[in-house]
Ligand binder design. Structure first.
Ligand SMILES: [Zn+2]
Length: 192
């Protein structure tokens, strides 16, 4: 056989302090309408009131939720924080889109983000030592119009082409590339 037991459970329901005056003296009630019932909370200190449509026999939970939605400062801050996060990621998306279209106009194709910066530095130093010989080697390996993969300072990797031959610039062997402003150290070109 089976027996049943009905337990009366008492639990606490969080009711936020009144947002207008900070009072904890808040009454959680509903209007008791048999249709289109309304409920929520009213601050007994300042009469600030929040109501919304609710069940015909609403639970205290439901009514507290209606009140808390407009009064719980921590939750309201969290909601605003969430908006900032959403807006920030939207801005990042738009910036990436802007970059993509600008790159496309400039004939650049970004193939990735991040590369071995140390390896690039070592290449650059070695080429600095070689000086004019590095320039000559580069110009025969990558004549103007050659496709190259360039590791840019911002950590971007782009596919571009050589637009002007390499030459020594302030002691650095440098060349020019389509869609990339200024000259770039030829050590930034990813080796074949
Ligand atoms: Zn109040």
């Amino acid at each position: 056989m089976k027996v049943t037991e009905t337990k009366k459970v008492t639990r606490e329901i969080h009711v936020a302090s009144c947002i207008k005056c900070g009072s904890d003296d808040v009454q959680i009630t509903d209007c008791g309408y048999s249709s289109f019932n309304m409920g929520g909370g009213t601050c007994k200190s300042c009469k600030h009131s929040v109501s919304d449509s609710c069940d015909i026999s609403p639970s205290k939970d439901e009514l507290a939720r209606i009140w808390n939605k407009k009064n719980d400062i921590k939750a309201l801050i969290a909601a605003q924080q969430k908006k900032i996060e959403t807006a920030t990621s939207k801005i990042e998306e738009l910036k990436a889109l802007d970059q993509k279209y600008r790159d496309a106009k400039a004939g650049l194709k970004r193939t990735g983000q991040g590369f071995d910066l140390d390896a690039r530095s070592k290449r650059m130093q070695a080429l600095n030592k070689k000086g004019e010989r590095a320039v000559g080697d580069f110009n025969s390996a990558f004549p103007v119009g050659s496709p190259v993969t360039l590791e840019l300072d911002g950590g971007h990797v782009v596919d571009t082409t050589v637009s002007a031959p390499a030459q020594m610039m302030c002691g650095h062997p440098s060349a020019w590339f389509s869609g990339v402003s200024g000259s770039y150290h030829i050590g930034c070109v990813r080796p074949k």
